[in-house]
Design a protein around this ligand. Structure first.
Ligand code: MTE
Ligand code: HPA
Ligand code: MOS
Length: 770
């Protein structure tokens, strides 16, 4: 157990929240004792399913010949669309994606059938022997082709304010440009997996590595043609989700259930890593065209921005992702006269999906690129120019989607980071360094983040929880959120411990389970703690108030005078052990458990015009990053990173720091080394760690200083905290802008820097050659 000298452990009696308690599973995870779905003991007779994937990007599916596969030892059979008793279309919001391909295939890797065998390797080997008869059709593989062909998964959305055309015409200066930004594979360490266990009377228990057990439940019921109440989905933890398991974990679960139903046996489906790359969606790649107008001081006076969103073959979450990109195309900057046109393009690729930031990064990166372009054009310092364009407090405070920015801390936060990172002096040092260094060039950028917190779909901003106090005083909590490594269960337990005034060790959070808290939203949009910890706080508050009333009755005082702290319950008349009160309360038939429900206040917005208040509040941050590039090879390195980030009043500083570090490095990967390459047939050729490179420990900057902004959330959020899961990801835009700064220093003054993301050595060389 934890040694008392462990600096991470709170001293007994102190409140649990605000302290860096270790993640509830940290110890068992490093010991290899924390089970993931694939580690669960297998029931006797468990079968294994493996996917049969389309080798053609677009075509008519004429037949499936499984004879060779069926002849292999251990093979039990094959599942196709014909085996779906319910709706053959997945129960997604747009209802445009087949459970298994039927008469046509729409990307290389699309799952056409499943081979089921006694062991997983038999199933995978056999799946490769299934012959598909496909008549190829023309495929749309790039977003520009899709734009030209008008190929879309959803209609175009336009958000306008003011008179951008007239304002452009009046602008002292204008610049037009393009930007290309790649996608990103989630690379969760635990791949997609589900284990389906048939129960009595057409009921189902499914273990799924999912951010959204409730949706998985719904999808299964829909595909099986049964009511939701027959399906229970559980998830104790994920080995990472990052958005990749917000919807797309559902596919594995539905497939496993179809196989389990057909062969009346438990079925596990765990994708092999290469298959996971080929089948599941990634971050949406974006391309942009823009025309910006500005004055001689760099103040933006007009913007026309086109975003072409590469959605892949189906809608999945592309609508809300593309919406969030629109909501973040301002980032920290007031845009008076603006038009943003967002095309949701259909290509014959994997169906791109949620990924940390959920379109926010793709919205912000383009405005940051534009601001740097303006600064280079005018020969001004990019940080000064950014600050000039910040949202104001009394004026210039309303976003292009008509939400007033009420909690603006941009100027003081960025000012503080500029000072602590020594931005101005380093700018000079770097210029001097570059002047005497012909091959290695350094670059610097300080960029802000303003990220909107709440699901943009207002209805998802609700949560429920259950708090059970047992007669030995121990507390069990269950809530609708899921644990993917982000520390949600730890934070929820901390909040419940403080509500009841008991030590954190007395509180246990159990697996997410659709049978306990129903209709829960996905754990996403960084809102996991905001929603679920609040619901759990309310549930614990109910139990506390019952206990307080009970003690007040004993002591003849008001319930409000009864305090809970340090494992004791104290009234003006005396002090008792929590557990003694619990036992007595039980004997007096007092309810010792409760539910809690929370819905985020203040938010509303009009889905058709994308105007209103989609976000409860904003999370802010800024990063100052220094990089070096080798102008002969195009290689780059991130040298120094200083971050000042706003987590409000932290519930768990160590976990929040981990989120900031991890988010930043993951963002760095998106913009530097993680490259998805689809070949001319539409086959993803970077489908394994051999060719797809995520940042390794050696890529973490040697200087990586992280500070917290010292102010609680100005909105009434749980314990004064702010959401932290996604916002730090976008701090890595400073890496991209620092790289563009380094490239600029190797080119004639004032010239444009046309760098594509990710800034691989190849693309850096191309940008240098310009
Ligand atoms: N951190 C870890 N370790 N693993 C993850 O999968 N997902 C991120 C972020 N941090 C993720 C993570 C994403 S995409 C989101 S939306 C949030 O965590 C979700 O959790 P939260 O709402 O509880 O912060
Ligand atoms: N963020 C993450 N996931 C979502 C959202 C969002 O805003 N809306 C729907 N799913
Ligand atoms: Mo996170 S992309 O909202 O799962």
């Amino acid at each position: 157990m934890n040694a008392p000298s462990d600096p991470l452990i709170a001293t007994a009696g102190l409140p649990a929240a605000g302290t860096s308690h270790p993640h509830e599973s940290a110890r068992s995870q490093v010991q290899g004792r924390a089970p993931y779905v694939d580690d669960l003991p297998e029931l006797k007779g468990t079968l294994h399913a493996a996917p049969v994937m389309s080798p053609v990007a677009h075509g008519r599916l004429r037949g499936i010949d499984a004879a060779a596969a069926l002849a292999l030892p251990g093979v039990v059979g094959v599942v196709t669309a014909a085996d779906i008793p319910g709706d053959p279309i997945l129960a997604t919001f747009v209802h445009d994606e087949p459970v298994l391909a039927r008469d046509q295939v729409e990307h290389i890797g699309q799952v056409v059938a499943l081979v089921v065998a006694q062991d997983v390797l038999q199933a995978r080997r056999a799946a490769r022997l299934v012959q598909l008869d496909i008549e190829p059709l023309p495929a749309i593989l790039t977003v520009r082709e899709a734009l030209a062909a008008g190929s879309q998964v959803l209609p175009t959305v336009t958000v306008r304010r003011g008179e951008p055309e007239a304002a452009l015409a009046r602008s002292a200066h204008t610049l037009a440009g393009t930007l290309v930004v790649g996608g990103q594979e989630h690379f969760y360490l635990e791949g997609q997996v589900a284990y389906a266990l048939p129960q009595e009377q057409d009921q189902w228990l499914v273990h799924s590595s999912t951010q959204h057990p409730g949706e998985v439940q719904h999808w299964i019921a829909h595909a099986l043609g049964i009511a939701n109440h027959r399906v229970t989905v559980q998830c104790r933890r994920m080995g990472g989700g990052f958005g990749g398991k917000e919807t797309q974990a559902g596919h594995m679960a539905v497939w496993a259930c179809l196989a389990a139903r057909k062969f009346a046996a438990p079925v596990k489906l765990r994708l092999d890593r290469d298959d996971d790359f080929m089948i599941t969606g990634k971050r949406h790649p974006f391309e942009y065209d823009y025309t910006v107008g500005f004055d001689g001081t760099g103040l933006i006076t007009a913007l026309k921005l086109m975003m072409a969103v590469n959605c892949g073959f189906s809608a999945d979450l592309s609508g809300p992702v593309a919406d969030r990109a629109i909501f973040h195309a301002d980032n920290a900057y007031f845009l008076s006269d603006v038009e943003i046109v967002s095309h949701r393009c259909k290509t014959h690729l994997q169906s791109q999906t949620a990924f940390r930031g959920f379109g926010g990064p793709q919205g912000m990166i383009v405005i940051e690129a534009i601001l740097s372009d303006i600064a280079r054009h005018l020969g001004l310092d990019p940080l000064q120019l950014r600050r000039r364009n910040f949202y104001g407090i009394d004026t210039r405070h309303t976003t292009h989607y008509r939400m007033k920015v009420e909690d603006n801390i941009l100027e003081p936060l960025v000012g503080a980071l500029a000072r602590s990172s020594g931005y101005a002096a380093r700018r000079q040092d770097i210029a001097a360094f570059n002047a005497r260094s012909p091959v290695i060039k350094r670059g610097l950028a300080l960029t802000p983040v303003k990220f909107g917190i709440s699901f943009t779909a207002t209805l998802f901003n609700q949560a429920g929880a259950l708090v059970h106090v047992y007669t030995d005083g121990s507390v069990q909590v269950n809530h609708g959120g899921t644990e993917m490594g982000q520390g949600l269960h730890t934070k929820v337990a901390q909040v419940v411990a403080d509500e009841l005034g008991v030590p954190l060790s007395q509180v246990l959070v159990t697996a997410s389970d659709t049978g306990k808290v129903p209709n829960a939203s996905a754990t996403a949009a960084s809102a996991g703690t905001d929603l679920n910890a609040r619901a759990a706080q309310y549930a614990a508050g109910q139990v506390r108030s019952s206990l307080a009333q009970f003690v007040a009755g004993l002591d003849g005082c008001g319930a409000g005078a009864v305090q809970f702290a340090g494992g004791r319950i104290v009234s003006p008349k005396g002090s008792r052990d929590f557990v003694d009160v619990v036992r007595q309360a039980y004997a007096n038939r007092i309810q010792l458990w409760s539910d809690g429900f929370y819905r985020t206040p203040k938010i509303h917005y009009d889905k058709t015009t994308l105007t209103g208040r989609p976000f409860y509040y904003f999370a802010y941050g800024a990063a100052c990053t220094e990089v070096a590039i080798d102008t002969l090879t195009g290689e780059s390195r991130v040298l120094k990173v200083d971050i000042l980030h706003d987590v409000g009043q932290s519930i768990n500083p160590a976990i929040d720091r981990g989120q900031i570090e991890g988010g930043f490095v993951q963002g760095m990967g998106w913009l530097t080394c993680e490259q998805l390459v689809w070949d001319t047939r539409g086959r993803l050729s970077t489908h394994a760690p051999s060719t797809y490179k995520i940042p390794a420990i050696g890529d973490v900057p040697a200087h990586f200083a992280i500070d917290f902004w010292p102010e609680p959330n100005r909105e009434d959020n749980v314990y004064g905290s702010k959401a932290v899961g996604e916002p730090p990801f976008m701090l890595a835009i400073s890496v991209f802008e620092a790289l563009r700064d380094a490239v600029a220093s190797a080119r004639p003054p004032g010239s444009r820097v046309q760098l594509e993301a990710p800034a691989t050595p190849e693309y850096v060389l191309r940008a240098l050659a310009g």
